[in-house]
Design a protein around this ligand. Structure first.
Ligand code: BGC
Length: 427
């Protein structure tokens, strides 16, 4: 029996420190202040959902919905506010959050880097700084040393592909670059960060006799040609698919920075760096190549979310199937969700996507868990507070949380699936 056969199904919600905790000082808070025009509703993350203080009541909400898993991130800028200086009190806070999870029968899934950086690091080049893998590993080691006795599931980096593209190619996010060479460099650096952190997590856990399962959270967004009869569309979709969806996974499989990001250089710790595969999935897109470059649009014929993403649960199922067929790693859905303020789409979205997970499991694919993004409406990066992913709406003045009808849908399905042990029959 493989180790993952014994894992009771985890179902819960995901969030990230910057989006919910409130009152942070990091590269993003500086960006929000200096570039108000870059945020759709000109909001600042500010107090966010004040989850830093209200985590217990929010964990009560999650537990009341039969959630038994909570993915959240540790904020690097709290833990290492000055270079090389670890704040033990900050780690103590996260220990309390994890203890509060455990008291409620909720499995913590802990992310070490979810898009934000301490200001000192941003000032010296952010993820492009040559020693960032070392700095990240040092911070990761401090987190595991402080929390590894009560955390089993670790996520090193959230969505390296999204971060590289949004920050260095499209320039929506700090440091707002529009540079292909820097995007390439960012991909390579994020692979090195993931590798270095994985080594650190495993090392500290092994020295202490703790169990640690490590992955990064991979955003999978399949691209298909807008016109499958046009070779240019086919080629554009295939190359985007390779870089965005496959490159990082192949780097972890081979241990090398493969073209076009590298020339096959080996990265210490990268090969075999995944104990499981964290998958974030929201949508797929169509690609049309024009003289001005690739036009990327939502797939036609599907309902659209508040942020114009096509909803297709069958695509989600095919992502799970092909990830398992290609990598043979147990899968943890670290994010899946829908922006839908009026809650017209969310109940069916949850039904359909969780049924896809059930079918995949029944067909022998070891899907270990599912984290809905997100329990609460939160700060949606350059979209500010204008997107509503929450099972609970959050009043921006009182911060009062109000369940949307879909919270009930989630609760019903989570009640059936939480803790389920489906014998995974190898395909
Ligand atoms: C990110 C989250 C974000 C979510 C919804 C994911 O790509 O990891 O931080 O809030 O998508 O857009």
């Amino acid at each position: 029996m493989e180790w993952f056969d014994a894992v009771p199904f985890m179902i819960g919600c995901a969030d990230a420190a910057h989006q919910v905790e409130g009152n942070l000082v990091n590269d993003w808070t500086v960006f929000e202040e200096t570039h108000p025009e870059a945020i759709a509703d000109r909001s600042r993350s500010g107090i966010a959902c004040d989850t830093y203080h209200r985590y217990e009541e929010d964990l009560d909400r999650l537990a009341a919905l039969h959630g038994n898993a909570y993915r959240f991130s540790i904020e690097w800028s709290r833990v290492e506010p000055h270079e090389g200086v670890i704040d033990a009190k900050a780690l103590e806070h996260y220990r309390k959050v994890i203890a509060a999870c455990r008291e409620r029968g909720i499995e913590p899934i802990v992310t070490l880097h979810h898009f934000t950086l301490p200001v000192w690091l941003a000032h010296r080049g952010g993820i492009l700084a040559s020693d960032v893998p070392y700095a990240f590993a040092r911070y990761a080691a401090a987190c595991v040393a402080a929390l590894g006795d009560i955390v089993t599931w670790w996520v090193t980096v959230n969505e390296p592909n999204v971060l590289a593209v949004m920050s260095y190619l499209y320039g929506y996010w700090p440091p707002q670059e529009h540079s292909l060479p820097k995007t390439v460099h960012a991909f390579a650096q994020l692979a090195r960060m993931h590798a270095a952190a994985t080594v650190a997590v495993r090392d500290v856990a092994a020295r202490n006799g703790w169990t640690a399962h490590v992955s990064f959270a991979h955003h999978v967004r399949p691209f298909q040609p807008a016109n499958p009869m046009l070779p240019s569309d086919v080629a554009a979709a295939a190359s985007m698919d390779w870089l965005f969806n496959s490159w990082m996974l192949e780097a972890c499989r081979t241990g090398r920075l493969l073209p076009p990001i590298g020339r096959g250089e080996e990265v210490y710790g990268l090969r075999g760096s995944l104990d499981y595969l964290g998958i974030n999935h929201y949508t797929g897109e169509e690609v049309h190549l024009t003289l001005r470059g690739a036009e990327v649009k939502p797939r036609r014929g599907y309902p659209l979310t508040e942020n114009s993403l096509a909803i297709d649960p069958l695509l989600f199922e095919s992502v799970l199937i092909s990830a398992w067929d290609t990598y043979h790693l147990p899968i943890l859905v670290t994010e899946n969700g829908v922006a839908d303020r009026t809650d017209d789409l969310r109940p069916a979205f949850l039904e359909d996507h969780l049924h896809a997970v059930q079918r995949a499991r029944a067909n022998g694919i070891p899907v270990l868990g599912y984290c809905y993004w997100s329990l609460l409406d939160n700060f949606e990066w350059h979209e500010g507070y204008s997107m509503h992913f929450g099972l609970f709406a959050v009043d921006r003045t009182s911060l009062e949380r109000t369940p949307r009808p879909s919270a009930e849908t989630f609760s019903r399905i989570a009640g059936e699936m939480a803790g389920e042990r489906v014998p995974i029959v190898p395909r």
